[in-house]
Design a protein around this ligand. Structure first.
Ligand code: C2G
Length: 128
């Protein structure tokens, strides 16, 4: 079984997230999403609208997602890949190159982002 992992906040779920999750799942047979906890987001200077529990519930309802685990630290990626026997690490290409250190442990794939949509954009549009 070819296992894929990706990381993110996935707040205010939108087509860009779904496009990423679909393409990530298509690279293997099983997709793990390491979902940023509210505490980890604080470290990214990001405050999600939905709680971790709600973002997890939403992600688990997506047919491309097989498992959701918490993303608590920047340092957990290597153990996550090794302990879960992950074959492919996937991120949107806004992270291009940032996780190349994982190439020792698995394939590293950066996928083109979906243009014209982001959680930040949604929030600012709703403020208008
Ligand atoms: N994404 C995308 N297209 C968009 C918006 C987002 O492909 N229009 C992708 C991002 O590139 C990322 C994933 O969707 O791969 C989740 O996006 P975020 O929730 O914004 O993730 P981020 O906050 O970048 O967290 O350790 C890594 C971090 O946790 C990544």
């Amino acid at each position: 079984m070819k296992k894929v992992i990706t990381y993110g906040t996935f707040d205010l779920l939108h087509a860009g997230h779904i496009n990423l999750l679909r393409r990530a799942r298509e690279l293997g047979d099983y997709l793990i999403v390491a979902l940023s906890t509210d505490e980890f987001n604080a470290g990214k200077h990001k405050e999600a609208y939905h709680s971790y529990e709600d973002r997890k519930l939403i992600l688990e309802a997506i047919k491309y997602v097989d498992e959701v685990i918490p993303e608590k630290t920047w340092e957990q990626k290597i153990p996550d890949v090794v302990n879960n026997k992950v074959d492919v690490f996937v991120m949107g290409n806004d992270w291009e190159g940032k996780f190349d250190f994982l190439k020792e442990y698995c394939e590293v794939v950066y996928l083109p982002r979906t243009p014209g949509i982001s959680t930040t954009q949604i929030k600012s549009d709703l403020h208008k």
